[in-house]
Write a protein that binds this ligand. Sequence first.
Ligand SMILES: *Cc1c(COP(=O)(O)O)cnc(C)c1O
Length: 323
Amino acid sequence: MASKKLYGGSLNQFANSFPRAFGWKVTFVDPDDPENFRKAITPRTKALFIESLANPGGVVCDIRAIADVADAAGIPLIVDNTMATPYLCRPIEHGATLVVHSTTKFLSGHGNSVGGIVIDSGKFDWRNGKFPALSEPEPGYHGLRFADTFGHLAFTIHGHAIGLRDLGPSMAPLNAFLTIAGVETLALRMERHCANAKAVAEFLKGHPAVAWVNYAGLPDSPYHALAKRYLPNGAGAVFTFGLKGGYEEGVRMVESVELFSHLANIGDTRSLIIHPASTTHRQLSPEGLKAAGATPDVIRISVGLESVDDIIADLDRALNKLG
Ligand SMILES: *Cc1c(COP(=O)(O)O)cnc(C)c1O
């Protein structure tokens, strides 16, 4: 079962590829009320999946409350911590069982390598009858019982021995090198990303061409209290805002900026901008655009490490051209 407020690629993977490839059915619920997870859990539910800070809606989940629901049901909570990074949020301390990251974004940090990681808290007891792949003899490994043999390392060892062997998701060595080099400066970069993003969000909030700003770091965000609890060092650097104009202004905005790069990626050193309705979400109907938070007025930015004065001047010039 998953939050319905997730990165679009994850929504597609869960809704379409997982059922086709593995026969896994994913139920989606609104994560804003943790009770929604409790109500939708059935005896067949194997895990809950949320994003700590959702891409891109500025949605922050109550990790502890959702972890309690997972605990009560005897299933793991998996948290995608890509947008927050371990510098801003440490989900295991709030009850997460497994944490996943796209390292493509802030962890590698320079827009130069694709990758992902899984972190196992080692705290879950896989022998409660719901996870036979870990508790029962593994036919693909001469009858080994992973949970009995490896204890709190069962999930990790099974992931290596069976998952990597059979599915093959291994990282290219150069990507691993670039990612490790990137992680060395994560703290410094995130401090600057967050300070810049907050200043940019405040600037946008005061601009006459902007209708709304969706940034959990702003006091009027509905997620501000959760952000203070789970992201005390900053609310990340990726967020959306709405133009008072519509589709045409959105396209013009992206064409008018000079410092921002027009890209669908996030978490680069450089500031990035996209107008989802005319690009990444172009195939959706008006209803679909609304459900995805990608109405024609929406602009998404990933605030980079440049001088914040230059970032704001670039946005200001582009917004003023919209008239
Ligand atoms: C980008 C992203 C992913 C997918 O990452 P890739 O490295 O592009 O496969 C997953 N989750 C979140 C929250 C993301 O932003």
